[in-house]
Design a protein around this ligand. Structure first.
Ligand SMILES: [Zn+2]
Ligand SMILES: [Zn+2]
Ligand SMILES: [Zn+2]
Length: 493
């Protein structure tokens, strides 16, 4: 099946720095199965975790850092957890109590953790960090623990302030995955209290195709999700192989899994609903945030949802970031301003002076033909931007204009005179056609109807228009999977 071809583009060498796809080994269809750590608890049990020191790190463009703690916990009877946090900074001791009074689900897994914003000032070192996880419980209870870690949030993308908004929105729904902690540490790594543990229940940790972490799914009660959202919640069971079947990567007694009630086929754990390839955190930051860009004048003005979808699609396939993310990260300068300066603050077509806000970024080579917006963009006024829209430069500009445009953008004249679809992206799209239909177009935004038409259909149709004479994507999908994609409406001929 398509699994082998799936996302093979991730193994390409990418010269351009890409902060998002840190992981080249995981496709989202692997798992490891391990035992949780079980502990019998009675009233007011305290688990004490300690780390000797932590180096603070600037986060979200501010001189502050975020300390995070979290893990996954199963409790037989419902419990309540509060935390005490203390640390030494510049020889002073700080103490905090964190109250999260919601009782945890009984007989089920729970995502837990908290974070604390710490001003760095001139003292970037914390010492003697102690977290007391205080559990109030009925008698004769037990808990299973997995994936506990304490650390400073240290993800290079988070240096940038533009991720702050997303981080602080619905934060509680995404704890602890949102912290990008290590989920595979032994429980005793930082635990200094003397609880005794025995072998707990089996847990399936599935890979994320973005961050590469192995994070838990709730295999016995998938509806109560842990680190991954479900793939086919409404149309269960999930029939998408990459989303529902996870190849087991570690040595484990298969019979034990079966006895525990986990379904296995060909060394793969089978999930009923299927799960997303990206963990909830990666989905939140790197899929949903670019999809709903914060409106500001310098960003794409031409971005209807369909066009934006194609822009995101191309960047996903090429393994790059949207240009305005990538650009600012590299040069700390607004992409739009760079283009504006390059064109001397004038519309390239009519030479009218433009303010930065008046400028429209034109793709030069058309988006519809799978060219991404990059630093070869053209500065146009709104009239000429809408006039040019998706035409090739050669159909819109005179010979002299093409020569001048080649000089300014750095695109070879030959390229500007060509009328070719972007073959590299097209090949990647064909190679990743199962991903395109089963993941990309399955995004809830694209599964919404607008003016009575499914957005996924619009995206699919506009791609079809430009590539139909080369390849039929839906047929290509059918060749690999044996059926037509369910993310679009197919009218059979
Ligand atoms: Zn992830
Ligand atoms: Zn599915
Ligand atoms: Zn103009």
């Amino acid at each position: 099946m398509s699994q082998l071809n799936f996302r093979t583009y991730q193994r390409r060498n990418v010269t351009r720095e890409s902060g998002y796809h840190t992981c080249k080994e995981t496709t989202g269809s692997e798992c490891i199965v391990i035992h949780a750590n079980r502990c019998n608890i009675n009233q007011n049990e305290i688990f004490t975790f300690k780390k000797n020191n932590l180096h603070l790190k600037k986060t979200f463009g501010k001189n502050s850092s975020i300390l995070a703690f979290g893990g996954y916990i199963y409790c037989q009877k419902s419990i309540n957890i509060t935390y005490d946090l203390s640390y030494i900074k510049n020889k002073k001791t700080f103490n905090y109590t964190i109250n999260q009074t919601t009782p945890l689900n009984a007989n089920d897994w729970n995502n837990i953790g908290f974070h604390k914003l710490i001003e760095i000032e001139n003292y970037p070192l914390l010492e003697n960090i102690i977290i007391k996880m205080k559990i109030a419980t009925p008698d004769n209870n037990y808990i299973d623990l997995i994936g506990f870690d304490i650390n400073i949030i240290d993800k290079s993308e988070f240096e940038d302030e533009k991720f702050a908004k997303s981080f602080y929105q619905k934060t509680n729904m995404h704890i602890p995955h949102i912290y990008y902690l290590n989920t595979t540490l032994p429980i005793k790594e930082y635990l200094i209290s003397n609880q005794q543990f025995s072998k707990g229940q089996l847990v399936v940790l599935k890979s994320c195709n973005r961050c590469g972490r192995f994070l838990p799914i709730n295999i016995k009660n998938e509806i109560n999700t842990l680190a991954f959202s479900l793939h086919c919640k409404k149309q269960a069971p999930c029939k998408h192989s990459a989303f529902k079947a996870y190849k087991i990567q570690n040595k484990i007694n298969k019979q034990e899994l079966i006895d525990f009630g986990i379904k296995i086929e060909n060394d793969k754990v089978i999930s009923y609903y299927g799960h997303q390839l990206e963990c909830k955190a990666c989905k939140k930051f790197f899929v949903n945030t670019p999809l709903n860009p914060q409106r500001n004048a310098q960003q794409f003005k031409e971005d209807g949802l369909r066009r934006r979808a194609i822009e995101i699609l191309i960047n996903e396939l090429l393994h790059t970031n949207l240009i305005h993310f990538e650009f600012e990260k590299k040069t700390r300068k607004q992409f739009a301003e760079y283009i504006w300066n390059k064109f001397d603050h004038k519309c390239f077509k009519c030479k009218k002076e433009l303010t930065l806000n008046e400028m429209n970024l034109d793709h030069t080579m058309p988006l519809a033909y799978l060219y991404r917006l990059d630093d070869t963009a053209t500065c146009l006024c709104s009239t000429h931007n809408s006039q040019k829209s998706d035409t090739f430069p050669v159909d819109y500009y005179s010979k002299d204009e093409l020569i001048e445009l080649s000089k300014i953008t750095g695109l070879p004249l030959k390229k500007l005179q060509s009328k070719e679809i972007n073959k590299e992206v097209l090949n990647l799209l064909v190679k990743n056609v199962v991903w395109f239909y089963d993941d990309f177009l399955m995004h809830p935004e694209y599964q919404k109807k607008r003016d009575g038409i499914l957005t996924a259909n619009k995206i699919n149709d506009s791609l079809k228009r430009v590539i139909a004479n080369k390849v039929d994507l839906a047929e290509e999908y059918k060749k690999r999977t044996g059926h037509y994609p369910s993310s679009i409406t197919i009218i059979e001929k």
